[in-house]
Design a protein around this ligand. Structure first.
Ligand SMILES: *Cc1c(COP(=O)(O)O)cnc(C)c1O
Length: 370
């Protein structure tokens, strides 16, 4: 049996949720479980979190269906909206809410509502309208708010959610975020509908982004959305988030090599002294980043070790010469409880989001509640 696994700590998940709810006590919480709950396993995460959140969100219809088939009953928001008109016919059966961001989607909804047999039940309460306030990715221009609302008034009601997405809420410089929020609030003034602005970073760092419902992703999973080198926000621990995913693999090979020998494909690391090299059973096919450089840390027996040589498809090599003791089949933590994922992300030049979502299906997820 595979000895490499991602353990998913569901009690850490709930602690993170409570921390986020505490930080935004006047907002409802929507848990974003797209991309298999950022690699943590959408069905398990959704089941566990369901009693304490108001809604779930996925990126596209295909991600919503397995959640329903697993018996999860919370409303699910589809963040990209329908990709084609026919997807709307799943709305009632799957209890879906749609984030609508372009004019085609609005036309599809109009057509749907025009045909009596197809009409979506209580569409207004299932409709989110996305407005672009400066992210420039998806959404109607906020300057067109009145026109969009006026032209499609009959699709909406007071339960309709008006949303925008923040581009820079994780940054120390608040200018861009403040600008987006004020453009949004000015644009929607007196709409008499529900509002949604904040992602994790918005909910944690920008009180004015906390509106009726916050869309929380990465922070639930315990990776700080903030660049952890920023002094204001500090590392994970200082905002109190707990790592949910701990990635572990075992040492399956152990050898001593002489000074001057190299390790791995291309011989990219040379031993400057006789060294003990541990081969660990996880690689880029499991989602460990191939570009992790020499020196990327991991933890073995509570001590830090350093990656040496190239990441292979199924294996990593570490210099364990400094360990007091080491043995075949010892466990190595690649990131998680003892080693923040953001620290590895910094070594690799990416973010925790990418590392987490890329852990492949080959890695079993083991759920713990402590
Ligand atoms: C993914 C996503 C979120 C969640 O963002 P986090 O930074 O993970 O909290 C919120 N809103 C939208 C529209 C998203 O696509």
């Amino acid at each position: 049996m595979r000895q490499s696994y991602a353990s998913i700590d569901l009690s850490a998940l709930m602690q993170n949720l409570r921390l986020l709810k505490g930080a935004a006590p006047h907002s409802d919480s929507l848990a974003v479980v797209k991309a298999d709950a950022y690699g943590n396993g959408a069905v398990e995460i959704a089941k566990h979190i369901a009693p304490e959140v108001n809604m779930l969100a996925v990126a596209m219809l295909d991600e919503a269906i397995p959640l329903r088939e697993a018996g999860i009953n919370l409303p699910i928001l589809v963040l990209q909206g329908p990709h084609q008109a026919s997807e709307l016919s799943a709305t009632d059966a799957y209890n879906l809410h749609w984030m609508i961001h372009n004019k085609h989607q609005l036309e599809w909804l109009e057509q749907h509502q025009a045909s009596k047999q197809n009409a979506i039940d209580n569409l207004g309460a299932r409709l989110w309208l996305k407005f672009d306030t400066g992210m420039h990715r998806l959404g109607f221009d906020i300057d067109d708010f009145d026109t969009v609302l006026h032209n499609h008034r009959h699709l909406t009601n007071s339960s309709t959610v008006i949303a925008t997405h923040l581009a820079c809420a994780d940054e120390q410089d608040r200018t861009h975020t403040d600008q987006q929020i004020s453009r949004f609030l000015q644009g929607v003034k007196n709409a008499g509908m529900r509002l949604s602005v904040a992602n994790s970073a918005g909910a944690l760092a920008h009180a004015s982004a906390q509106q009726d419902i916050n869309r929380i992703g990465i922070a639930l999973y315990g990776s700080s959305p903030f660049d952890t080198s920023h002094s204001t926000f500090g590392v994970n621990d200082s905002i109190g988030l707990k790592a949910v995913m701990t990635l572990t693999a075992k040492i399956i090979g152990l050898r001593t090599i002489p000074k001057g020998d190299t390790v791995g494909y291309g011989g990219t690391w040379t031993a400057s002294k006789p060294s003990t090299i541990a081969t660990v059973a996880i690689g880029y096919a499991d989602g460990y980043p191939r570009h992790a450089p020499n020196g990327t840390p991991a933890i073995c027996r509570g001590q830090r070790i350093k990656l040496v040589g190239r990441v292979s498809m199924d294996m990593l090599t570490f210099d364990v010469s400094e360990l007091d003791d080491v043995a075949l089949y010892d466990e190595v933590e690649l990131w998680g409880k003892q080693l923040p994922i953001n620290e590895i992300a910094r070594f690799v030049g990416t973010i925790g989001y990418e590392l987490m979502t890329r852990i492949s299906a080959r890695v079993p997820r083991r759920y713990t509640t402590k």
